[in-house]
Design a protein around this ligand. Structure first.
Ligand code: PMP
Length: 443
């Protein structure tokens, strides 16, 4: 072990670092909502990494569950065995699910969940005798994961660019972002209906019999920074999908599992999707785990067809990962954490508005529960974004770390739209004093 760790990006480090030009601290331990580096410096984790660590970093529940499970049985391949952890996790995820979401397909992360949802949707269409349905419609600027299939399904032109020849061409409609795109002559509700109607136009243009699914984040976090849809938008989307036999896949990899104050974010929209993708907070960082929760209709369609799923991964339904996720679900229920998400979420929103509502570089503050976004602009009055060369998101990230704050800024140029955002997604166990600390440090 080297006495002095090799710095990120130095010739001595053999890690294929993603950000080799950035100086990075070395994390060594976690205590509640804090991460501690090798110099003993404490960082308050105001973003749970990227909306992952919903129980903080040292919760005894998943720690004990992982230890016990590893000692008893770490892994059993799901093509041979089921296990208590897998069965119990599926029960817990269905217990709180809307509509007829009823069957849980377990995977290891968000991109795998999105890939799986797309492949289940496709297999369902084939099995029910509609093999011509293959088109995926999603929204511009959307991010649904980084594997080729998930990236191909997303509408983030910047992320797609390098890999474009390998990606499936998709149809991308407008995102639902009232603050930026609503016209002066329409209400928020009317705006939501108008952008939802773009889905119908896209379906008609593609040929309804060829469209497999519409894929969207319930609360857009991954690129836009915690932007909830306006009232009525998703109900309209659901109606349009039903009218044309198109499956609705909601990506709640970031927004799901309690982050917005309900276990599934779509509960607050009054819609149930055909498939919902979850990850991140599901394992809360204690284990990598994701899932697709599918409606009974999808499951039955496949079972009554060929009767087996062609899709699968070696680590699907990993016993230890599922044991961690079960412990996370239990902690959320036993400690009444969704109540804390709603209550501290309100407090965070109030404090952010007080502190930054009139800030000359904050154009918009929005979000739901402990999932909040701030839009960073060069000029508050005109909402003019920062020049990309200013790299405000990267600089905010570095400055925040310097001050012992982990927040999740993102930005740059997206489909010709410039914009920078900071995402806040603190652990569900956050206290009022810690919310104050986050707001002070962000300021
Ligand atoms: N979908 C959304 C909405 C996400 O935010 C992310 C991760 N940022 C993913 C999918 C991909 O998840 P993962 O990084 O676990 O593969």
């Amino acid at each position: 072990k080297p006495a002095r760790p090799a710095p990120v990006g130095s010739a001595e480090s053999h890690v294929f670092h993603r950000f080799p030009k950035v100086t990075m601290p070395r994390a060594v331990s976690g205590e509640g909502v804090y991460i501690v580096d090798d110099g003993g410096k404490r960082y308050i984790d105001a973003s749970g990494g990227a909306a992952v660590s919903c129980l903080g970093h040292s919760h005894p529940g998943p720690i004990r569950a992982v230890q016990e499970q590893v000692e008893r049985l770490a892994f059993a391949h799901t093509s041979f065995f089921t296990s208590d952890a897998v069965e119990e996790l599926a029960d817990l995820l269905v217990e709180g699910a809307p509509g007829d979401l009823d069957r849980v397909y377990l995977v290891s992360g968000g991109s795998e969940a999105v890939e799986t949802a797309l492949k289940l949707a496709r297999q369902y269409c084939v099995e029910i005798g509609q093999p011509q349905r293959h088109r995926v419609i999603s929204r511009r600027q959307s991010y649904h994961g980084n594997t080729l299939g998930a990236l191909g399904a997303g509408g983030n032109a910047w992320r797609r660019a390098t890999y474009e020849p390998l990606l499936a061409p998709g149809t991308h409609i407008a995102p639902c972002y009232a603050y930026r795109d609503r016209r002066d002559d329409e209400t928020e509700f009317e705006y939501g209906q108008r952008v939802a109607d773009e889905l119908e136009q896209a379906i008609l243009q593609a040929g309804p019999e060829t469209v497999m699914c519409f894929l969207a984040e319930t609360v857009a976090g991954a690129t836009l920074g915690a932007v909830p849809a306006v009232e009525g938008y998703f109900r309209r989307i659901r109606e349009i999908c039903d009218r044309y036999g198109v499956l609705l896949i909601l990506d709640e990899v970031m927004a799901g599992m309690g982050r917005t104050g309900t276990l599934y974010a779509c509960e607050q929209e009054g819609v149930a999707p055909d498939l919902v993708c979850i990850a991140k907070g599901l394992g809360a960082g204690y284990q990598p785990v994701g899932a697709v929760v599918a409606s009974r209709r999808i499951y039955d369609g496949i079972v009554s067809g060929s009767g087996f799923f062609q899709h699968g991964h070696t680590y699907s339904g990993h016993v230890t990962a599922c044991a961690a996720a079960v412990a996370v679900q239990r902690a959320i229920r036993e400690e009444n954490l969704l109540e804390n998400v709603r209550c501290q979420g309100d407090y965070l929103a109030t404090r952010l508005t007080e502190r930054f509502g009139n800030h000359r570089h904050v154009g918009n503050i929005r979000g739901r529960g402990l999932f909040m976004g701030l839009e960073l602009v060069a000029d508050r009055a005109s909402k003019e974004p920062f020049d990309p060369s200013f790299r405000v998101a990267a600089r905010l990230k570095a400055a925040a770390l310097e001050h012992g704050l982990i927040c999740y800024p993102m930005g740059g140029v997206l489909d010709g739209q410039r914009g920078d955002h900071a995402l806040l997604a603190p652990p569900f166990i956050v206290t009022e004093n810690q919310v104050d600390e986050i707001v002070d440090k962000l300021d």
